[in-house]
Ligand binder design. Sequence first.
Ligand SMILES: [Zn+2]
Length: 194
Amino acid sequence: MPYPVVHVLFFWFCVSAVAVYAIAKAISRRELSLKDSKKLLLLMFVGGLCTLFPDITAVYNLFVNGNLEHCSIGPVPTHSLLFSSTAILFGMLVGYAAYRNLNKALYMAIFAGSAFLTHLLLDDISEGGCAYLYPLYNNHISVFSIMDTGFAEAGLFKYLTVSFVSVFCVFIVILMALFALNRFEFEFSYMTKK
Ligand SMILES: [Zn+2]
């Protein structure tokens, strides 16, 4: 499993790369106010913390049982879409506490959900899958392994379906972060040349 620092850095610098670019640009132009900095720190805090939520039980087990077992709370796998509700709820509470606005709370929840899901994707790459669909399907599924489905053995239809679904899963996670960042004043637009 990737270690916590990797999860946090991956979310900040890879999934939220566009925000890093925008912040670097604002700093270089000396356009970043103290108020803006506080908002950015809040986003970094929520994103960074929520990307660690799937391994939350490691902290408990380290102190209580002396091991780093980190994959479940009771019968519930923490590396699942079901458990992402904890990050979504946390993001919503922090967003509401900071902005006193339901829409902003919702966008923070989406951002937190994206951060959580990037953890599952990284673990998927390194460990070969997660129990994404628990309790509907309890076995591990690997988004990245199914990308390896060959055209010759699977047939055209299955090959195209698997390719689309696996890439779409990653796309949705990145899009959630981009959408939320856009709602937190990061502007993305297409500039037409006149
Ligand atoms: Zn993990």
